[in-house]
Design a protein around this ligand. Structure first.
Ligand SMILES: C[S@@+](CC[C@H](N)C(=O)[O-])C[C@H]1O[C@@H](n2cnc3c(N)ncnc32)[C@H](O)[C@@H]1O
Length: 245
């Protein structure tokens, strides 16, 4: 129901907006397009829940940059995911209340240290770490204009330029590992959002496509799926690819 939500996803805190939605009396509610859409969605979830689950689901704790430490090589036929976007959204920032409440975190320091392990994390000490970050391995991000974009961002903020550089450096490490664990002929589907830093557009979907190609994936396809509710140039995309047979 994201399309109908009265929420601004433009800001990291996802603050609520004032409601412009008219209030419906109970009877009219039954014909209300929001209620109809809700029913349709519930129906489709109910339908899909009737299919048999053929594989026992498993949860594997593993860093996305080290997939082959925990997952079998050449095994997975389909990967569907939404990785973090380079938009300075911090999962620790959003989830801290639950993390403290459930006892996973005891201190602010721990929160920052966990966010430093996350791709794109910027909470607490993760920000000062990004400010000092330099690549450990010497490889180039395989996208033609990448370093021009980084230079343009660094003219306004060195910290943000490093943040974007580190984000894609981590995505290259992840993609190399991803390639190892996907089966030959298997598919990957990534939902990603583009970003804008000051006036500099960051074509996240094209950079992902180019990285996937560089690590060996083929049949790369980018599909625009949704406009975001923040700046008008921002969209969500589905980037798909296949590992050759
Ligand atoms: C956009 S969310 C999507 C989560 C999930 N795919 C879903 O649909 O609910 C991105 C997730 O990637 C996780 N993440 C970030 N860096 C990671 C890493 N290095 N290894 C594994 N997961 C990571 C974040 O904590 C966050 O939960």
């Amino acid at each position: 129901m994201i399309e109908r939500a009265n929420v601004s996803f433009g800001h990291q805190s996802m603050s609520f907006q004032k409601s412009n939605t008219p209030k419906f009396p109970l009877l009219e509610m039954l014909e209300n397009p929001i209620v109809l859409q809700w029913k349709e969605i519930v129906h489709s979830i109910k339908q899909s829940a009737t299919s048999t689950i053929i594989t026992q689901p498993r949860i594997v704790l593993c860093d996305a940059r080290n997939l082959s430490f925990k997952l079998e090589p050449n095994r997975y036929t389909c990967v569907i995911t939404s990785p973090p976007y380079p938009n300075r959204m911090s999962y620790i920032r959003e989830l801290r209340p639950y993390m403290y409440w459930l006892g996973y975190l005891q201190s602010g320091r721990e929160a920052g240290e966990l966010d430093w392990k996350a791709i794109g994390g910027t909470w607490g000490c993760a920000t000062s770490n990004v400010g000092k970050w330099a690549p450990e391995y010497d490889f180039k991000i395989p996208y033609e204009n990448f370093y021009t974009i980084i230079d343009q961002i660094s003219q306004i903020s060195d910290l943000l330029a490093r943040y974007v550089h580190k984000y894609f450096y981590d995505i290259v490490l992840h993609s190399q590992e991803l390639y190892k664990v996907v089966q030959h002929g298997g598919f990957i589907h990534y939902i990603v959002g583009n970003s804008k830093f000051y006036d500099v557009m960051l074509p996240v979907e094209s950079i992902f496509a180019s990285i996937f190609q560089d690590v060996g994936f083929i049949n790369i396809n980018i599909q625009t799926i949704r406009k975001r509710t923040s700046k008008k140039e921002l969209f969500e995309f589905l980037v798909s690819a296949q590992k050759p047979w």
